[in-house]
Design a protein around this ligand. Structure first.
Ligand SMILES: [Zn+2]
Length: 320
């Protein structure tokens, strides 16, 4: 039987309303998916992703992930401790040793050609001496000692012994890291003397933290460092660390010890200096897997650096 006109109209009406219903359903489904995705991403941003074991949130509200590094990296980085009880076992402190004469600027001199230094430390040293020149119009500073090989350090040690002076044995000198320099003052031909922080030259002592350097051996810290009468020795450690140590009157030994309170998973050390904000934390090095690697937690999607402490762990520095 042929459908009547009225039943055909009814059928068309039904079809149309089904179509409208289906379209509305699709629209609702799309809205639902979008909302779900947004709330999901909000959750991720808040770090509430419980399923990911490798992601753990500490006080910083940042997200972290695991990173494996060789255990031997413990002796690399700008915060490594080298003293009488912590020998230096790395070769380059994690950076490259570069020839100072080919990388230096015109604001200082070097005692002889062929002197070498850690690349990052030299870059910051150049900036510091440029700053010194701009402030004091003075180019008298000379690097008298930079990187020293273990063998040469033994020669220096034996010479010092003969002259009843104190020097570190090969393997125990910061100069082997390439991160340290001794400064001299060379005002004119034939005249030179050890760096003393007086007159214009006090600027370097007073401003070195801005460039990541510390005056490493202060006489009142000789109990920790074992070294006195060495005001000419500057060591690169990185800006937030240099600033914090100086502000709180800590030797490198004391600072590295203090950082252990800021272990990963508890709280971070927040440092704000020179218009920048940093978060710093310590991770004890444990080779649990026996693979020769250690697991570190590092932040996701932000700038950070890792340094060993040349003793028992690593320090992560986040620049925000
Ligand atoms: Zn020195």
């Amino acid at each position: 039987m042929m459908p009547s006109d009225s039943s055909r109209r009814r059928k068309l009406k039904q079809d149309r309303s089904m179509l409208i219903g289906a379209a509305a359903g699709v629209v609702l489904l799309i809205i639902f998916i979008i909302c779900g995705a947004v709330s999901g991403s909000k959750k991720e941003k808040a770090g509430a992703d419980d399923s990911a074991v490798s992601k753990k949130v500490i006080s910083s509200k940042l997200e972290f992930e695991k990173k494996e590094v060789p255990y031997s990296d413990i002796s690399k980085g700008s915060l490594i401790l080298v003293n009488d009880s912590h020998p230096y076992t790395s070769v380059t402190a994690g950076g490259a040793l570069v020839d100072i004469s080919s990388e230096k600027n015109e604001y200082y001199s070097i005692r002889n050609t062929g002197m070498q230094m850690n690349d990052l430390a030299l870059k910051n040293f150049n900036s510091m001496l440029e700053g010194f020149y701009q402030e004091c119009s003075n180019r008298d500073i000379m690097i008298t000692e930079a990187y020293v090989s273990g063998d040469r350090q033994n020669v220096i040690y034996n010479q010092a012994l003969e002259n009843s002076k104190v020097e570190s044995k090969g393997g125990y000198s910061e100069h082997q890291t390439g991160l340290a320099v001794d400064l001299g003052i060379y005002p004119e031909e034939g005249k030179s003397y050890r760096y003393v922080p007086s007159g214009d030259y006090a600027w370097i002592r007073d401003n070195c933290t801005k460039y990541g350097f510390i005056q490493r051996y202060k006489d009142d810290k000789a109990e920790n460092t074992g070294i006195t009468d060495h005001a000419e020795h500057f060591r690169y450690v990185g800006i937030p660390h240099a600033w914090y140590m100086t502000e709180n009157d800590l030797s490198l030994e004391e600072y590295l010890q203090a950082l252990k309170k800021y272990a990963y998973g508890s709280k971070t050390l927040n440092v704000s200096c020179f218009d920048k904000d940093f978060e710093i934390y310590y991770i004890r090095a444990k080779d649990e897997t026996g693979s020769g690697n250690v697991e570190l937690y590092v932040p996701v999607n932000c700038q950070y650096s890792v340094s060993g402490n040349n003793a028992d762990g690593f320090i992560v520095t986040i620049e925000k």
